[in-house]
Design a protein around this ligand. Structure first.
Ligand code: ATP
Ligand code: MG
Length: 237
């Protein structure tokens, strides 16, 4: 169904053009616009499906490197500044320990955060704020994308990370979603050795958190200090 809908729309537009709409410039423009939008959607869908099957076949070419988490957050803010301002969303960074490093594949991590930030902006209501923050607690690194958007009813949360699952089909179709984003987030986060959590209150907002184990934390002085603090300084001489 998800693949058939855009294909049917493209075929219908092309057939209408063939059977005469081409000679009406206004109508022709509309149909060409439709072909362009629907083929873009089809392209995104196919890319997402390919990504999912690569993850499932464990054919991801993961190349772990030490990533400066606060630098990564700033990078994500740059990437999404324009789409946030277009939707009137206030996008900012929250607390993040300086020098916190995470050993992970950068492309995968960016893809995870992109999907979460994209959702927070896409489903924003008026005056929504989106905040990216990070912490190191009990040896675990957490990166959170918190929004003050519409929130998600509790009954949807258990199925939210399933492929093609959307809370509001009508609304999701309007904003062009296919329901693969969070499924990719879950699979990629787990492929990196972490896991993803969601907390949401309707009318208040949602927070998606990806959490990675201590082994992946970098050895900056601050990170080490924070870790030994949490361990009660037990391994100090
Ligand atoms: P895609 O990401 O594939 O373009 P999508 O955004 O519809 O499509 P997911 O990212 O998997 O799919 O999200 C699933 C559903 O969860 C969305 O359709 C939306 O209803 C809901 N959702 C996700 N993030 C948020 C959020 N931050 N606030 C409110 N609802 C959300
Ligand atoms: Mg999405």
């Amino acid at each position: 169904h998800e693949l058939r809908t855009p294909i049917a729309a493209i075929r219908a537009a092309a057939e209408t053009l063939e059977s005469g709409a081409l000679s009406d410039p206004t109508a022709a423009k509309d149909f060409i616009g439709m072909i362009s939008r629907q083929s873009q959607r089809l392209h995104e869908l196919v890319e997402d499906l390919l990504e999912l099957s690569r993850i499932e076949a464990q054919k991801l070419d993961l190349q772990p490197s030490a990533i400066d988490v606060s630098e990564l957050i700033d990078h994500m803010l740059d990437l999404y500044a324009l789409s946030a301002s277009r939707r009137g969303v206030e996008l900012a960074s929250g607390p993040c320990p300086q020098g916190l490093l995470l050993t992970a594949d950068r492309r995968a991590l960016e893809q995870i955060l992109s999907n979460l930030v994209d959702n927070a902006i896409k489903y924003a209501t008026s005056r929504t704020a989106v905040k990216l923050s990070a912490s190191l607690r009990n040896g675990e690194i957490r990166i959170a994308v918190a929004d003050t958007g519409p929130g998600i009813a509790a009954k949807h949360l258990p199925r939210l990370f399933e492929r093609f699952y959307r809370v509001d089909r009508g609304r999701s179709r309007e904003v062009g979603g296919t329901g693969l984003g969070l499924s990719i987030v879950k699979h990629l986060t787990e492929a990196l050795g972490g896991h993803v959590m969601v907390e949401s209150v309707p009318g208040v907002g949602s927070t998606f958190t990806v959490q990675f184990p201590a082994e992946l934390a970098g050895n900056t002085p601050e990170a080490l200090l924070e870790r030994s603090d949490n361990a009660g300084l037990s391994h100090q001489p």
